[in-house]
Design a protein around this ligand. Structure first.
Ligand SMILES: [Zn+2]
Length: 355
């Protein structure tokens, strides 16, 4: 922490990175584009733009590649593709960034023209590592091209040089490294220090990632700091909570649930069997929660504001598809509170020094 303080001290700012995974549901029902993407994202953008907060949207490019195929034969798919493209262009024009986010099992997704939704039952290719090398190259190249083609339609652009792996499954980095090098991708956003999950879909293990440095250089292993490395890891933050804080949080969310304030999800998340998972920084009943707008309630808003006040670096990861009306309102409350803190910078590119 001491080092980071010194780093941030160079600019007198603290870095708050607000990221989203821009994607549909990845299980038996994808949900529809309007409910999962367009509507919640428009609301998020309205809040973000109000306070001039920058954000990063990691776009599920393989879905868009499949949608593009379908758009050639289905007018509904074509309309979805147009709505998404327009929204991404709007984002860019108001200063947000878009970068690739690959969920390879889209290659086996089946489109249902009757409901204009997709079914993704097959988890064989959930991780990028599971694909044959040839397919990895094809999908990564097409993904970067797709992001660049959207950029071509916007007035504002930025380098396409960042990445977040689908399901955080960025390991082994050897599988990604050649593609990062080929396309000039240098910023990595998948690591949650301390967490690990092995399932019949996911595969990540961040137990060795540095906990005292939220931003670091690396070369061949995303968890291994290397000052000479050409890549930068921007880690996802966690919020520690005591047993009491956890109890309060669940009480409030239980109450909101009973008041039917929590809506139903528009699609079905991927079903997976956990083999091993955890967080090495959980201590008995004190656990850590991934920093997210999901499940946001007034108590959480207060806790995040306090936490961010104390830290020089904080990164949120959220999914528009998982945010209900109430949570979207809470995002407004959170951002409004944070906007009063003049030390906050939301542009990671202005974070001067990482070493
Ligand atoms: Zn994702």
């Amino acid at each position: 922490m001491h080092q980071t303080k010194t780093q941030a001290g160079l600019t007198g700012k603290k870095l708050l990175i607000i990221t989203f995974d821009y994607e549909l549901f990845l299980g038996e029902r994808s949900g529809n584009v309007q409910q999962c993407l367009i509507s919640p994202t428009d609301k998020l953008l309205a809040h973000l733009d109000k306070y001039a907060f920058k954000s990063i949207f990691f776009v599920d490019t393989i879905y868009l590649l499949r949608l593009r195929e379908q758009a050639a034969v289905s007018s509904l798919a074509k309309a979805d593709l147009e709505a998404i493209t327009n929204q991404l262009v709007r984002m860019l024009n108001s200063g947000h960034e878009i970068h690739p986010h690959l969920h390879p099992h889209w290659i086996d997704a089946v489109y249902d023209p009757k409901i204009n939704e997709w079914c993704l039952p097959d988890k064989r290719y959930y991780t990028f590592a599971a694909l044959p090398e040839e397919k990895r190259t094809e999908l990564f190249d097409q993904s970067v091209d797709l992001i660049r083609s959207v950029m071509g339609m916007a007035k504002q652009t930025h380098p396409v040089d960042a990445y977040r792996a689908g399901g955080w499954s960025i390991q082994s980095f050897d599988n990604f490294r050649p593609h990062f090098l080929k396309h000039g991708i240098v910023h990595e956003f998948s690591v949650i220090p301390g967490r690990y999950l092995y399932s019949d879909a996911h595969h990540f293990d961040f137990r060795n990632a540095p906990i005292d440095r939220p931003v670091y250089h690396f070369s061949r292993d995303v968890c291994e700091r290397d000052n000479q490395g050409g890549f930068t890891e921007w880690t996802i933050s966690s919020l520690p909570r005591t047993a009491m804080q956890q109890w309060i949080y669940f009480k409030i969310n239980g109450m909101l649930h009973r008041l039917h304030i929590c809506g139903k999800f528009a699609g079905k998340a991927i079903a997976f069997n956990v083999k091993e998972q955890g967080d090495i920084y959980n201590r008995g009943k004190a656990t850590r929660q991934i920093a997210s707008f999901e499940g946001l309630n007034p108590y959480q808003v207060m806790r995040f504001v306090r936490r961010i006040k104390r830290q020089d670096y904080f990164q949120f990861i959220s999914h528009p598809k998982l945010l209900n009306e109430f949570e979207l309102k809470m995002v407004g409350l959170l951002l409004s509170s944070l906007s009063k803190n003049r030390r906050i910078n939301t542009d990671f590119r202005k974070y001067v020094k990482v070493d």
